[in-house]
Design a protein around this ligand. Sequence first.
Ligand code: ATP
Ligand code: MG
Length: 430
Amino acid sequence: MSRQLQAVRGMNDVLPEQIGAWQQLERVLCGLLHDYGYEEIRVPVVEHTELFKRSIGEFTDIVEKEMYTFEDSGGDSLTLRPEATAGVARALISNGLLRGARLKLWTAGPMFRHERPQAGRFRQFHQFSVEAVGFAGPDVDAELIALGARLWQRLGISRVRLVLNSLGTSAARAQYRSALQAYFQAHESALDGDSRRRLQGNPLRILDSKNPALRALIDGAPVLTDYLDDESRQHFDALRAMLDGIGVAYTINPRLVRGLDYYSRTVFEWITDALGAQDAVCSGGRYDGLISQLGGEATPAVGFALGIERVVELIRQAGTAAAARPPAVYVIASGAGAEARALALAEQLREALPGQGVHMNLGGGNFKAQFRRADRCGACLALILGDAELERGVAALKPLRREAGQSECPLADLPAQVGKMLQEESWTST
Ligand code: ATP
Ligand code: MG
C-alpha cells in the first residue's frame, strides 16, 4: 500500500459535521452586510509579493516571516494572500473605481500565514473582510462597529467585548515613534532579536510583540494617546460619542496598535476570553493612507477582518449552530421496474417541492434496510414503491416522525398528496 497523504500542517478540512456553524455565520453575516449596504467583491488569492510588502509593511511579522511566497515559472514573485484588504485596495486601483468613490465592500475566503499552528491559529484560515472606502468621518467607523455588535447578538455570542484606540495621523505617529525609539533604545539589552531589529525599522511593532518576557517593558513605554493630533483626537471623541449614543460598550486600550502598518486613527478589536491564547476574533481600523501608498488617488477607508474559525468556535461553544436540515421525503423502492419509476417520481417531487429535500434510496437494499436509512436521515415521510404497487399504479406514503400507518396514493397525485401530508405533519423546509 502506498503511503497515506496528509494535509499540509496548519491547513484544515472542514467536515460536513462542522459545516453548520460555518454556514450559519456566512448566512447571518451576508444578511447583515446586505442590511448595512455592503456589496461583495471577489479578488484573487495570489497577488504580486510587492503588494503585501508595500501595504502591510516590511517590519511586520507577516511580511518578515509568515508569507507563502514563491516564484512562478515566469520568474514573478507571487504570494498567497495573508489578508484581503491589500488585494481589495489593489482591485479598486486597477479597475479605476476610486474617483470620488463611496464604496462599501466585503469579501471572504482563505488567507495564508506561516505561523506556528495551535488552537485558533492556522496556516490556512478564513476571513470575512469588510471595507468602507471613500468615507472620512467617524460615522462610518461607528457603523462598522455597530455591525459587529449586531452580528454577535444575532449569533447568540456573548463572550466578546470591544477594545478601541486611535493611532492618530502618520505625522503624529512619527513624533510618537521617536519617543518610543528613545525609550526602547534606553532598554535595548532587555529586547529580543525581533524587537531589536524593529527598533530602527518600526519601533511601534515592538508594542505588538507576543513575547511575554517583554510585557513589563512594553507596559512602561510612552503611550500614543499623549501624541495624538487635534483632528485625530476630535475624530476619536466623535466616534466614542456615537458608540455611546447607539449603546455599544467599549474599553480603550492605548497599547492597541494592530499587526499591520497601514492603519491610522481608529483601530479596534473584538476580543474574547473564550478561546485561550487567541483572543482577537475581529480586528480592524482606519487606513486612510493605504490607497495612495499603493499608487491610487488618496482615498480614506476603514474596515475590519473577522476570523471565521474563531467565530465558528464561539458559535459552537454557544450551542446556537443550526442543525443539519433533514429531508422531507425519503424514497424507498424495491424491484427493477419500481426502482426506475421511483427515480422519476423523486424528480417530480423535487420539481414540485423545491427546497424541501427529497432523498432517493441509492444502491438498493431490502425494505428493512431502506427503512432504517430513511429513519436515520430524519426524513418526515417515506414514499414506498414496490413492483406490486407499481402494477396497481399507486405508491405508499408513511409518516416517519410519529407512530402512523401507511396510506396509498395514485402515482399521478403524489406531488399534491405529499405536499398536503407535509403540511399536516407541520413540516417546514427552513
Ligand atoms: P492575532 O493577534 O491573533 O495574530 P492578527 O492581529 O494577526 O491576529 P489580523 O491580521 O487583523 O489578525 O486578522 C483578523 C482576524 O483574523 C483576527 O482577529 C483573527 O480572528 C483572525 N486570524 C488572524 N490570524 C489567524 C490565524 N493564523 N489563524 C486563524 N485566525 C486568524
Ligand atoms: Mg497575527
